[in-house]
Design a protein around this ligand. Sequence first.
Ligand SMILES: [Zn+2]
Length: 230
Amino acid sequence: MKKIFKLGIICVLLSVLLFGLLKIQTALFEANNTPPPVHTRQNNNLTDWNLILVNQHHPIPNDYHVELINLSNGQQVDTRIYPSLQQMFDDARTQGVYPVVLSGYRTENEQMQIMQTQIEFHEAEGNSKAEAIKLAKAWVAIPGTSEHQLGLAVDIEADNINSTNEQVYEWLKQNAHEYGFILRYPMDKIDITGINYEPWHYRYVGIDTAQEIYSQGICLEEYLSMHLSQ
Ligand SMILES: [Zn+2]
């Protein structure tokens, strides 16, 4: 009788052990076959070329390389945004709005000269040097932190023959996201972007991102931190 009891206990222990081993194996199998969590894939997307973040806290990487294409008026942009930019301008024109690219790609030197001109302008208005620099920084990105140096941003104005700037700004505000461009410095995001409202400055981010940023009323900084924390 004792023997049978002992055998029973051994059987139960073996069963528990076997069951445990099976569980571990199943867990391992599941771990190997579970797709990566969604946020991992989104994080990878955040490193896409069109989502690079450049602002006062994120300077352009030293090894950044840009392939440029010339526009008909001599301005240049990153070749990858050209088809979308062209399509946007073509469609605007068919709707009676005539935009032009006032400023596309800029070298660090050109950005430095723009900053210098702005500082001199504010000094000439009677501001101290420190005050003039502060005022200039609200409008002009510090060299090394301008999206124009990426070739992914364009300042767009009207041709001033067939359209006014206001007409162009309004059309862009309503439509640019359909082509992958965002109003980069909205009026209500100055405290985040660090740059004053610029209705002419559009940045290419790709259609999906542009549509999300547009529909949610957020800026690029907010979009990136939202997706990073997901
Ligand atoms: Zn600009």
